[in-house]
Design a protein around this ligand. Structure first.
Ligand code: ATP
Ligand code: MG
Length: 418
């Protein structure tokens, strides 16, 4: 048998059911905040990401699935959604002179080392807000994320880490200070960090190498270089978060790996998933639209990793409902189409329930065993002696109690216990 490609994750039915439950909760929160869905292509020109995400980022340097298509164009499987989202709105004239609040979801692709919570194909749900420069929309996005965790009952297991990284000019001044400091330790730095000293020194702050981390402990702090406007934006945001009763941890070392952020950056972090503890990350990116060729347009947003959110959800929540609610047993082969019709009638009356008709014949005993295996609470036996009286046999699988009832009564009984 051909096996799956490394890092591509298969979702089996049990997880698929929980996945759908989680996704539909998230969808309902986004909808209640009046964010509207956009669909982004899986493939974009490579240039979109090299310009949008940044040449000197991990993603562009070493994580993208890039190939030449049959015309020789350089194409990339999307590694993230924000650049594509900007491209879509810009191309369709939806950014100029207006505000937008949108969300997208779907698979992203990054060539990285697969482990628990880290895959090469993974699923993000992202929310983005355009055309609003103030901290009010930063607060809205954070409230929206918090509402998602509350809805999934994982809000007790995550914390918000928050920082401001100032404007591009602030970061320019900071970069100089950082490079000046690190230049005193060139020989002690790891190889990647030494290279980044000239390409993208801020990314050294993300280094996981122990000796480099020791050196960084004494390094100048970005937050100290944030100018007056950036400071005011951040202070106003913190005031709003306090008023909203939103807990946060200020983390002056939080800088995010993507180039396009300014001012506010944040991560929602959990201690319950080991090394892959960030379930959601984002911030403000006022320069991105212009960087991609549009008119200057402020933007802010976040993306959450659905696999990680699901892992956390599964740790906190009892298993969700079984695969099937009502199982129709077919007592003789010539009654199969009658059973299908009956099932369709029940589906109309009980649209929330999962109703399965047995296929493949066999003894009633074996059919009932299948009903049990898939977690059904009710069996309907099609073809018993009740049929002559226009009734059907309804069996409560937990107690084994079986009664002859009309369709209406069966519907009433099943929905009372649903
Ligand atoms: P990390 O530091 O874990 O690599 P990142 O900073 O690269 O994350 P973002 O690009 O900000 O992540 O993506 C937002 C979210 O998407 C992350 O917080 C995480 O939940 C999820 N995510 C990112 N990369 C992966 C991956 N390879 N597999 C699963 N989820 C991922
Ligand atoms: Mg990453």
């Amino acid at each position: 048998m051909v096996q799956a490609i490394r890092g591509m994750r298969d979702v089996l039915p049990d997880e698929g059911r929980r996945w759908r439950a989680v996704e539909s909760e998230l969808e309902s929160v986004l909808s209640s905040y009046a964010y509207e869905e956009v669909h982004l292509p899986l493939l974009e020109f490579t240039e979109l990401f090299s310009r949008g995400v940044g040449e000197a980022t991990d993603i562009v340097e070493k994580e993208m699935y890039t190939f030449a298509d049959r015309d020789g164009d350089s194409i990339t499987l999307r590694p993230e959604g924000t650049a594509g989202c900007v491209r879509v709105l810009q191309q369709h004239g939806l950014l100029y002179n207006q505000t937008q609040r949108v969300f997208y979801r779907g698979h992203m692709f990054r060539y990285e080392r697969p482990q628990k919570g880290r895959y090469r194909q993974f699923y993000q749900l992202g929310a983005e807000a355009f055309g609003m420069a103030g901290p009010d929309v930063d607060a809205e996005l954070l409230a929206l994320a918090r509402a998602c965790w509350q809805k999934l009952a994982i809000d007790g297991n995550v914390r918000l880490e928050l920082n401001t990284i100032g404007s591009a000019a602030d970061r320019g001044r900071y970069r100089e200070a950082l490079v000046a400091y690190l230049s005193g330790y060139v020989n002690d730095l790891d190889e990647d960090s030494r290279r980044r000293l000239t390409t993208n020194p801020l990314r050294i702050l993300d280094s996981k190498v122990e000796r480099t981390r020791e050196i960084l402990a004494e390094a100048p702090v970005l937050t100290d270089h944030v100018g007056r406007d950036g400071r005011a934006h951040f202070d106003a945001l913190l005031e709003m978060l306090d008023a909203l009763g939103m807990a946060y941890v200020l983390n002056p070392r939080l800088v995010r790996g993507l180039d396009y952020y300014n001012y506010t950056v944040f991560e929602w972090v959990t201690d319950d998933l080991g090394a892959q503890g960030t379930i959601c990350a984002g911030g403000r990116y006022d320069a991105l639209v212009e960087q991609l060729g549009g008119r200057p347009t402020p933007g802010a947003g976040f993306a959450l990793g659905l696999e990680r959110v699901l892992l956390l959800f599964e740790q906190q929540n009892l298993p969700t409902a079984a695969a099937v609610d009502v199982y129709l047993c077919v007592l003789s082969d010539d009654l199969y189409t009658e059973a299908l019709s009956l099932a369709d009638r029940l589906r109309l009356e009980l649209p929330e329930l999962r109703i399965r008709v047995h296929a493949g014949g066999g003894k009633l005993k074996n059919q009932l065993r299948k009903a049990d295996q898939c977690g059904a609470r009710w069996a309907v036996l099609v073809g018993g002696e009740e049929r002559a009286r226009g009734l059907l046999a309804l069996k409560a699988l937990a107690t084994g109690e079986q009664t002859a009832v009309s369709i209406e009564e069966a519907v009433a009984r099943i929905s009372n216990t649903a």
